[in-house]
Write a protein that binds this ligand. Structure first.
Ligand code: SF4
Length: 360
């Protein structure tokens, strides 16, 4: 098991080499929360400019709670996993309404905020409040499975529980925030997935995987299922003034709150222009003429599936009813240069860029 000497070696290493990151210069739980949410599924270098812009615009829970969701999503655009931004917006309102604007300081209160799970709650409690809660993320799983030679499938909850037990035993209770960040930093910079730099690692003399020349064996992850691929067809509809029709996705849907060109998934045996016609009819109650060929096709990967998004020019048929979103969400007619003011999913954004450059 871990000794105080091991803990001290790791903390000394961390204090010597840690990267200077803006969220490490503060104990403000609000800012630590923002950074932890942004860093889920996102690299540090990618998150940094978003963190700076976000905290400059929304420096506290009160300003975030008062913001329009569209503005929050616009600042988040490009980071992906948009439910994170929607949940943060809701959590900021909880902080204002339930906690009078003060960020809560107990684990139970923190984890009851929208979008905060055990990992984020433990990170906030340890880093902002110095409470001894161990964190377990992908980096920690890799370090601990190698350190202790845990060879079971890390996709299994039983294995994750075993790793959490080791993380709890390893935690330095006098500096839990630094210690948690030290293990994560070790995983991110030294104990990397493909080629760990064991000669620079404070655990090199006691690490099971290193001593056995078996770093490639840990962590063991059973193969992921193949992601399905979907063909999506959307219509870029213009009115007589050349404005473009966009629709907002429902809050409770994937990419909820973002704007898009109306359309949807191709059905079996359906030609793509017919997909656009059907979707426009179902979503907006309109009849439209649709080009035979898309003017742009974009591939995009989400965590559980991939898509090819085909964009078609479309025109409302003479005598068609005016478009009305059948799901009650807002729709807008906007000039091409105004598309930049709306938050779009990444694949749609490539289409807006094409449309905007065509107008220049
Ligand atoms: Fe990872 Fe190597 Fe350190 Fe073991 S010795 S924890 S494998 S970097």
């Amino acid at each position: 098991m871990a000794s105080d000497a091991d803990r001290n070696l790791l903390l000394e290493w961390y204090r010597r080499v840690r990267r200077d990151l803006p969220w490490r210069r503060t104990c403000d739980p609000y800012r630590i929360w923002i950074s932890e949410i942004m860093l889920q599924q996102t690299r540090v270098d990618q998150a940094l400019p978003y963190y700076d812009r976000f905290t400059a615009r929304f420096p506290d829970a009160d300003s975030l709670a008062r913001a329009d969701l569209d503005d929050v999503l616009r600042l988040w655009e490009g980071l992906g996993y948009y439910s994170r931004a929607r949940n943060m917006h809701k959590a900021a309102k909880q902080i204002v309404e339930v906690h009078n604007g003060r960020f809560p300081d107990t684990y139970d209160e923190v984890i009851s905020l929208q979008g905060i799970g055990p990992y984020t709650a433990a990170a906030i409690m340890s880093i902002a409040f110095g409470e001894p809660w161990p964190v377990v993320d992908g980096n920690v799983i890799r370090v601990i499975s190698r350190l202790y030679g845990i060879g079971e499938d890390v996709r299994l909850s039983l294995t994750q529980k075993e790793i959490a037990r080791h993380a709890t035993a390893l935690l330095d209770r006098s500096s839990p925030g630094d210690f948690n960040q030290a293990v994560m930093e070790l995983g991110a910079t030294v104990c990397t997935p493909a080629s760990p730099d064991c000669s620079s690692c404070p655990f090199q003399l006691r690490c099971h995987a290193h001593k056995n020349g078996a770093t490639g064996k840990y962590p063991y992850k059973s193969p992921a299922k193949k992601r399905p691929h979907h063909q999506i067809a959307v219509g870029v509809v213009r009115d007589e003034r050349g404005r473009l029709l966009i629709a907002r996705r429902p809050d409770n849907a994937m990419l909820g709150g973002l704007w898009e060109f109306p359309g949807g998934k191709q059905e079996d045996g359906e030609a793509l222009p017919d997909t656009v016609r059907r979707e426009l009819r179902e979503e907006l109650g309109v009849e439209a003429g649709v080009d035979q060929m898309p003017f742009q096709s974009v591939r995009h990967a989400y965590s559980h599936f991939t898509i090819t998004l085909h964009a078609f020019h479309a025109t409302l048929e003479h005598g068609s009813a005016p478009p009305v979103a059948q799901n009650g969400e807002p729709i807008r007619w906007v000039a091409a240069e105004e598309l930049v003011d709306y938050a779009f999913p990444k694949a749609n954004r490539k289409i807006t860029e094409t449309l905007m450059s065509a107008e220049k």
